[in-house]
Design a protein around this ligand. Structure first.
Ligand SMILES: Cc1cc2nc3c(=O)[nH]c(=O)nc-3n(C[C@H](O)[C@H](O)[C@H](O)COP(=O)(O)O)c2cc1C
Length: 169
């Protein structure tokens, strides 16, 4: 195991990923309708709740993402929370060069952004702010509507692997 690294040392990227991989995340597909009218979406582990008053959420797209520049002009997006059975949907929305919506049933949220039928929950948002943060952006959304489709267990990403959540109590 690589020795502990502190802030005054250069941080090795592989070690950064390894340590941050200890932190489990949920998996969400961020969707929107592109300027050409076609649905677009990308899988993210960085979706998070930010504020209740006003209701804000955020996610962090890579500046190298080719999907984020299609989401931004829409001015709105929908975060679709994936369930334990949806590893295939996550993989689909992390794959380049394919029609990600070919086998995905969806309906438009109030903003027009796709709600994926299979998602366990959805959060429809207006784009509120975009800030640069290193090689990513911090994208904040103001929630306009949200819902739960299923109370099933979520998909969890941890140490580079997919799993689910089992309550201890
Ligand atoms: C579990 C998981 C979590 C991911 N989290 C993020 C994320 O938070 N931000 C991001 O930009 N890409 C994330 N990705 C990668 C994107 O899904 C993927 O690179 C992207 O959709 C494909 O490139 P594109 O944006 O050019 O279409 C994640 C991928 C996986 C499998």
């Amino acid at each position: 195991m690589t020795p502990e690294q502190t802030a005054d040392q250069a941080i090795d990227p592989a070690w950064f990923r390894r340590v941050l991989g200890q932190h489990p995340t949920g998996v969400t597909v961020i969707t929107a309708v592109g300027t050409d009218g076609q649905p677009v979406g990308m899988a993210v582990g960085s979706f998070t709740s930010v504020s209740l008053h006003p209701p804000l959420v955020a996610f962090f797209p890579d500046q190298a993402s080719t999907t984020w520049p299609k989401i931004q002009p829409a001015g709105s997006f929908c975060a679709n929370v994936l369930g334990a059975d949806h590893e295939w949907i996550c993989r689909l929305f992390a794959t380049k060069g394919i029609d990600r919506f070919a086998e995905i049933a969806w309906r438009p949220a109030g903003s027009g952004a796709p709600i994926i039928d299979a998602a366990v929950a959805w959060i429809d948002c207006d784009l509120a702010a975009v800030q640069e943060a290193g090689d990513h952006f911090i994208v904040t959304g103001r929630v306009r509507a949200l819902g739960i489709t299923s109370e099933g267990p979520p998909l969890v990403f941890h140490r580079g692997a997919y799993g689910s959540f089992t309550p201890l109590s």
